[in-house]
Ligand binder design. Structure first.
Ligand code: HEM
Ligand SMILES: *[C@@H]1O[C@H](CO)[C@@H](O)[C@H](O)[C@H]1NC(C)=O
Ligand SMILES: *[C@@H]1O[C@H](CO)[C@@H](O)[C@H](O)[C@H]1NC(C)=O
Length: 514
């Protein structure tokens, strides 16, 4: 009897899964023939042969269709290949795709209610409130903090590099510390110097979160692939929230200290305190006062300390890896292209000479060739290999009779598009000049390193400024040794494109001739 029941259950389950895996065929969509039960197109990810970004990149290149049905484990999802359609999804038809569909539980877990995951009206309200954080005026006010971190990075490198001769440096590691310290000081308001004191509390939490690559990889996949199951598990077992539970007391302490001693600093924490106390952030770029009197009749509500901490944490997560890889991979590419290296170094020297060797917010804007290099790095190595949305209202694909159902995840392979020779001729080669207006040797519609539409990267300016600053600091102080052309080896255990074994470049000290 028991055997019979088990067999019956097994048969039902089998048919159920079979039925899920016929979803795209039944709907008459073109679909990825390689998607097999039970992993769908993520088999290589499950077997640790590819990162998620690379697996989706592979699906992108297996097809020529404008869009393609795939299976992410047991979830039918749609991969959009055509860049015009991509722009519809991200921008013009945003109303049908305004959410990312990742785990968020506003009610039970305020630490999950950060702008990256928030949905619908909650997201829109938060986006409007946070926008004034990233104006160029605010960034200018905070520039000196980033510069100090840059100086500490140089001081640290000076201890590693001998007076004569060169040494191999893992720039990914160096720039990770750089990015962590910038975020630690500008966003969390902490006085940290991880170059001199690598075991400080903030950095430890950060490293703890990244330590167990297997577990965190599975966890981040769940947040992404099965948010409702994740929500259920979190609610049922009252799990500790990784990072959040450790970060919260640090933020609380700093905020209380500042409020008690009336300390006003020019950083983002101060502006998040404004948000906490008054429900909004001042447009005025010079007003960092945390308790500007609430205007009478204003409808804005105050925000809890948990909610502002959630925003600070997502800024850390979104900003750290992206900044560290953009800077390190720029130097890595420069080391392989002597002409490009020469040109950008000359530009840096010229602009800095006009300014007594000082790097300012304005002088970075003047470096036009550096801007081209930055664009090319972000093309070849977009900070996020994929963009994703979920369909929030039934959507008929323009020019077809195909309808995407509400709730369907939408995936865009940014890494695939940015390396597609149809959009970027000779995609594996690092060619900053392709972005010169007179060359324009690419399809501008296919270029979106910061995403597109209302949900594009909120901190694009900050990401670029800190990346440029890091690169200029290196070029100003050290010689980059030329090396043969090579590819990075991509780590198999993550969503993003993370170089395994770091990003290694040989640096030497500049020999002063005076
Ligand atoms: C070079 C550095 C960076 C790159 C390449 C980058 C790239 C991106 C991309 C591709 C997205 C997704 C956009 C979309 O789905 O359309 C994104 C979103 C986001 N980024 Fe960045 N980013 C960088 C730096 C930063 C920094 C420094 C911060 C914070 C301080 C940040 C905060 C965010 C946030 C909060 C979102 C979600 C926005 C929303 O959903 O409304 N990013 N970023
Ligand atoms: C990833 O897995 C593939 C296939 O097993 C292997 O060839 C490759 O070396 C791995 N890459 C890294 C960086 O471990
Ligand atoms: C905040 O408000 C209190 C009372 O209104 C005032 O005494 C204090 O100076 C203000 N704090 C700051 C940092 O301006």
């Amino acid at each position: 009897m028991l055997v019979f029941i088990l067999a019956a259950l097994g048969a039902i389950l089998f048919h159920y899964i079979k039925r899920i895996y016929s979803y795209w065929e039944r709907r008459n969509f073109p679909y990825d023939q390689n998607s097999k039960i039970p992993y769908g197109c993520l088999e290589t990810v499950a077997k640790h042969k590819k990162s998620m970004g690379m697996a989706i990149h592979d699906v992108y290149f297996r097809s020529k269709e404008r869009f393609l049905g795939v299976y992410l484990l047991f979830r039918p999802a749609i991969l959009i290949r055509d860049v015009d359609l991509v722009r519809h999804v991200l921008a013009e038809d945003f109303a049908s795709f305004h959410d990312r569909g990742v785990y968020v539980d506003e009610e039970k877990n305020p630490l999950s209610a950060h702008i990256f995951a928030l949905e619908g009206k909650s997201w829109r309200d938060m986006r409007i409130k946070l926008a004034p954080l990233f104006t160029s005026g605010k960034l200018k006010a905070m520039f000196s903090t980033s510069e100090e971190v840059g100086d500490r990075m140089i001081a640290h490198l000076n201890t590693l590099i001998p007076e004569k001769g060169s040494v191999k440096i893992d720039l990914k590691e160096i720039f990770t510390t750089y990015a962590i310290d910038i975020i630690g000081s500008t966003i969390f308001g902490l006085d940290i110097n991880s170059f001199e004191n690598p075991t400080n509390k903030f950095r430890n939490i950060v490293y703890l979160a990244r330590r167990n690559t297997h577990f965190t990889a599975i966890l981040s996949m769940c947040v992404f692939l099965c948010p409702s199951i994740f929500k259920f598990v979190m609610r049922t077992f009252h799990l500790k929230k990784p990072v959040g539970d450790e970060m919260l007391p640090i933020v609380k302490d700093t905020v209380e200290y500042r409020e008690k001693h009336n300390i006003v600093r020019k950083d983002m924490l101060q502006l998040l305190m404004q948000l906490k106390n008054t429900g909004k952030i001042e447009e005025d770029d010079n007003n960092f006062n945390a308790n500007v009197t609430k205007k009478t009749g204003s409808t804005t509500e105050n925000m809890s300390i948990e909610k502002i901490t959630a925003q600070a944490i997502i800024f850390y997560i979104a900003g750290q890896e992206t900044t560290a890889s953009t800077t390190s991979l720029t130097i890595f590419e420069l080391a392989q292209y002597p002409d490009v290296l020469k040109k950008v170094t000359e530009e840096v020297n010229t602009v800095l000479a006009e300014n007594d060797g000082k790097i300012t917010y304005e002088s970075l804007q003047k470096m036009e060739y550096l801007e081209l290099c930055m664009s090319e790095t972000l093309r070849k190595y977009p900070g996020l290999p994929l963009l994703n949305r979920v369909c929030t209202q039934e959507y008929q694909i323009p020019g077809t009779d195909k309808v995407i159902e509400k709730g369907t995840p939408v995936v865009i392979s940014l890494f695939g598009i940015h390396r597609d020779p149809e959009h970027f001729p000779d995609p594996e080669t690092y060619i900053p000049e392709r972005f010169l207006p007179e060359n324009s040797n690419y399809n501008p519609k296919a270029y979106m390193p910061f995403g597109e539409g209302p949900r594009h990267c909120i901190a694009q300016r900050m990401g670029k400024i800190n990346s440029k600053l890091g690169v200029v600091k290196i070029l100003q102080n050290f010689n980059v040794e030329i090396m043969p052309r090579q590819d990075i080896e991509i780590d198999n255990h993550s969503i993003a494109i993370i170089p395994k074994g770091g990003v290694n470049v040989r640096l030497s000290k500049k020999q002063t001739t005076n």
